[in-house]
Design a protein around this ligand. Structure first.
Ligand SMILES: Nc1nc2c(ncn2[C@@H]2O[C@H](COP(=O)(O)OP(=O)(O)OP(=O)(O)O)[C@@H](O)[C@H]2O)c(=O)[nH]1
Ligand SMILES: [Mg+2]
Length: 301
């Protein structure tokens, strides 16, 4: 299956949901007037895009319709697609791994797909000839290490682990040493999604970041926040909470295959100005795509 087909398949539910509503509006299409635009705006809001972002899209569309004198259905649809693409296209979506070694810290609340995404990303990097080390810095959840070991094996990556309950920052410290020792290209750090409480979680995260900043001062750093696409609008508050603690460089949006709420990604990007770097479209190792705004917009509208 080609990249675009896979993306489209992963986005089937989102596409069906958004398209059905949009087609309803267009089926009553007579002319581009304020009523039509209002209905369209309502559809965007109902598609988890968020009120502010939906309003902005419609405002931009309104201006274009006027300026370019758009009249027919196809033109308006195409313009809508382009406006969505523009919002999503905020910066380069590729990972910045310019030094050897580079480091990727993966964060997010529990169950969103951090460990799975690490497996998928490690596999991609390995396939491109990179030597990858994974730090098992989720020392809180029982079985987290075994799960990560399975993924590391599948991805052809090295894992650095310690016993349950040890300080996660010390695991990261060990993993940095290992990365240097074997001359690896990339270190990826898994983290816990749940600890005793939220403050504890954020404190641990800060400790891990301090170790990375100190020991890998000169290295390229990516901090990827993993978000479950089914979270819809609530994802925005998750992004805000983590943004206070970490310099997030990208978002990994998982489980798009299981939800009709994929439209939320548009609001997430617009409100935070953080690029989506990857999207997860299934549970298998190859079910991850590099995010592409144009393809995404085309796949949903
Ligand atoms: N359908 C689908 N399932 C996914 C995707 N990504 C992850 N999952 C599933 O989501 C569940 C949780 O994934 P994990 O990778 O364990 O999530 P986590 O964030 O590491 O969880 P904690 O370590 O408990 O915080 C697993 O059953 C995964 O198979 C995806 O893109 N699509
Ligand atoms: Mg995990």
């Amino acid at each position: 299956m080609g990249f675009f087909d896979k993306l489209k398949q992963g986005l089937t539910k989102t596409k069906e949901s958004i398209n059905e509503k949009i087609n309803d509006v267009f089926s009553n299409f007579r002319k581009v007037d304020e009523d039509f635009l209002e209905e369209l705006e309502e559809v965007l809001i109902m598609s988890d895009i968020g009120i502010e972002t939906s309003t902005k899209i419609i405002q931009n569309l309104r201006e274009r319709i006027k300026k370019e004198k758009l009249e027919d259905e196809e033109q308006v649809k195409e313009a809508l697609r382009e406006e969505i693409q523009k919002i999503l296209d905020i910066s380069d979506n590729t990972l910045k791994l310019e030094t050897k070694p580079s480091v990727i810290l993966v964060i997010g609340v529990n169950g969103v797909g951090k460990t799975t995404s690490i497996g998928k990303i490690a596999a991609k990097l390995s396939r491109n000839g990179k030597k990858v080390v994974i730090a098992a810095a989720d020392t809180f959840r029982a079985a987290a290490v075994e799960q990560l070991e399975i993924w590391a094996k599948r991805a052809g990556a090295e894992i650095v682990k310690r016993e349950e309950g040890v300080d996660p920052a010390s695991v990261v410290y060990d993993a940095i040493s290992k990365t240097r020792e074997i001359g690896a290209d990339v270190l990826i750090c898994d983290t816990a999604g749940r600890l005793h409480n939220k403050k504890y979680l954020m404190d641990e995260l800060n400790k891990i970041q301090k170790v990375i900043d100190k020991e890998m001062q000169e290295s390229s750093k990516e901090v990827l926040l993993v978000i479950d696409a089914a979270t819809g609008q609530n994802a925005i508050s998750q992004v805000k909470a983590f943004k206070e603690q970490a310099n997030i460089t990208g978002i990994v949006l998982t489980k798009l295959d299981g939800t009709a709420k994929g439209g939320a990604v548009i609001g997430i990007v617009e409100e935070n100005q953080i690029p989506i770097k990857f999207i997860g479209v299934g549970e298998q190792i190859d079910d991850m795509e590099t995010f592409n705004a144009k393809d995404f917009a085309k796949a949903i509208i």
